[in-house]
Ligand binder design. Structure first.
Ligand code: 0WD
Ligand code: CA
Length: 378
């Protein structure tokens, strides 16, 4: 026993030279002070149209337009228009980081942060960072993240796990309608122009998206990421993005304290992680009854969400989320050493296990498109 300990002491010389082979995810390992997180600032934006085509503008941004607070309150039928006025995005199309890379290519000459800032940054979708933040508490769904280093920059792009793909292909009619209802809620709450009102008579087309591109930093990791934004509030105290943005969510109407507790422990964690990363100050929830009607709304300020679980031993802790994310980013930075857009380190995680890595060359895991690599090499 004693000899084994002595052997461990002699090892660090080796450990320093080689990156770790796996990363544990237990929450207890990541408590401690909240790490530095730079206030996210918007560098730009882009829109995707009804045909999922990229435009370097804000035309798809909608305006927060809640129903009047006087009177009887809302009665939004979230099932209205399903399925005849539903144009869902083709989920077989793997977009990877493509839209974000298109934005980056168009703006690479105007990036702030000084020369070489991009070379030291991590580029990814906000949604991928959300999954990292919630990993220490996630007990259902694993993930895979592909990583490539190119011109110094570390790019992270999610890969659909076989389990997630199987679930998506076997998605029940009930779940499909539930997904529609989330988008329908947005239509009841958003107007196309700041001075107009929502028009729930039109189609729900989930190809359409407005994406904000932001700069931040977690610990010593500079970040450039993009996230889809539901709407902007023309009456927000500050009109400066991202502080004018509003995230819309639906949840089941709850009637018992136990339902609320479970909502705070699970849903609110995901809502917090997603909106905190992007700097969205408020999440507006619509609670739907069993008939699919939203009859009540509640605003959850992102910065107050933790209060609901602060004194709950089975709650979540923002420090744990952020410290784990920082640890993962360090792990990835130390693992992906070779600069090669065709080389992929695939980080895989399943609940109850540590994050592991495998190495792959070219198809099917390489995700940096030739058009991007060639244009950046000019
Ligand atoms: O190709 C894919 N498998 C994915 C594409 C997976 C995840 C996202 N995306 C796309 C999104 O469509 C969006 O254009 O990437 C872009 C940025 O997404 P994000 O902000 O990084 O992702 P996330 O935070 O996970 O989702 C934000 C919103 C969702 O809002 P809710 O309230 O449901 O969290 O993006 C939408 C959705 O409204 N969204 C999607 N829309 C169409 N197809 C998808 C999807 N697969 N995933 C999220
Ligand atoms: Ca939303």
């Amino acid at each position: 026993k004693r000899r084994a300990q002595e052997a461990d002491v002699a090892e660090p010389r080796n450990k320093l030279a080689r990156p770790a082979l796996s990363l544990p995810t237990d929450p207890a390992l990541y408590s401690g002070p909240f790490p530095f997180y730079r206030r996210p600032s918007e560098l730009g934006c882009f829109s995707l149209d009804a045909q999922r085509q990229y435009h370097g503008d804000a035309h798809a941004l909608r305006y927060y337009s809640p129903p009047p607070t006087y009177g009887q309150g809302p009665k939004f039928d979230l099932r209205d228009g399903y399925p005849d006025r539903y144009q869902p995005r083709d989920e077989e199309v793997r977009e990877g980081l493509d839209h974000l890379l298109r934005w980056l290519l168009d703006h690479r000459g105007q990036l702030e942060g000084g020369p070489g800032w991009l070379a030291g940054a991590i580029v990814t979708w906000r949604g991928h960072l959300t999954k990292l933040l919630t990993t220490p508490y996630e007990q259902q769904e694993g993930w895979q993240l592909a990583a490539s280093r190119f011109q110094g920059t570390l790019y992270l792009s999610e890969v659909e796990t076989p389990a997630a793909r199987a679930q998506r292909l076997a998605r029940s009619p009930l779940l499909r309608e539930l997904m529609y209802m989330g988008y329908k809620f947005e239509q009841y709450m958003c107007a196309d122009k700041p001075e107009s009102s929502p028009d729930p008579s039109g189609d729900v087309n989930t190809n359409v998206a407005f994406c904000s591109v932001l700069r931040s930093r977690l610990g010593n990791h500079p970040l450039l990421f993009s996230g889809e934004v539901d709407c902007t509030d023309p009456q927000a105290p500050s009109t400066q993005p991202p502080t004018c943005y509003v995230e819309l969510k639906t949840a089941k109407e709850m009637h018992r304290p136990g339902h609320w507790r479970s909502f705070y422990r699970h849903k609110l964690l995901k809502w917090w992680a997603q909106s905190f990363l992007l700097g969205v100050p408020n999440v507006v929830a619509g609670f739907r009854n069993p008939e699919g009607f939203v009859c009540s709304l509640k605003t959850f300020p992102t910065m107050e969400m933790f209060e609901y679980v602060r004194n709950d031993r089975d709650g979540w802790n923002p420090s744990v989320c952020m410290n784990f994310c920082a640890a993962f980013l360090s792990f990835a930075q130390n693992t992906v050493v070779q600069d090669d857009p065709r080389l992929v380190h695939l980080f895989s995680w399943e609940p109850g296990s540590p994050v592991t890595v495998s190495k792959h060359q070219d198809a099917p895991y390489a995700f940096l498109p030739t058009w991007y690599v060639e244009a950046m090499t000019q």
